[in-house]
Ligand binder design. Structure first.
Ligand SMILES: [Zn+2]
Length: 113
């Protein structure tokens, strides 16, 4: 389950941030998980709860946004938004899409103390 590794990576990032910015506790994390990434938000939330136990992020509320993916259609030349890798171009129905965004996971906001 690679969400466990991602949850751990997230906690590591929070610990790192706390060193840089000098906070002692994370109360809420707003994450953006691109709709085209291979991350299951529910699984990630579960894993985050597990790996954050005993850290400064224990009990933090994890809020996950799913920004749409973006792609460039080679068929009609448009830049479009899609919610899944297997979606066709919403404009021309073509399948020759080059993914240009929406695959990564980013921390959007932190509520700290
Ligand atoms: Zn198209």
């Amino acid at each position: 389950m690679h969400e466990m590794a991602l949850g751990q990576g997230l906690v590591d990032a929070l610990v790192e941030q706390s060193r840089v910015h000098g906070f002692a506790e994370v109360r809420a994390v707003k994450l953006a998980v691109g709709a085209l990434g291979h991350v299951e938000p529910d699984a990630l939330a579960f894993c985050f709860d597990v790996v954050s136990a005993g850290t400064l992020a224990e009990g933090a509320v994890l809020e996950i946004e799913r920004p749409e993916g973006t792609a460039h259609c080679m068929g009609c030349g448009s830049d479009v938004t899609i919610m899944s890798r297997v979606d066709p171009c919403p404009l021309c129905g073509g399948f020759r899409l080059m993914i240009t965004g929406g695959e990564d996971m980013k921390i959007r906001e932190l509520e700290v103390r």
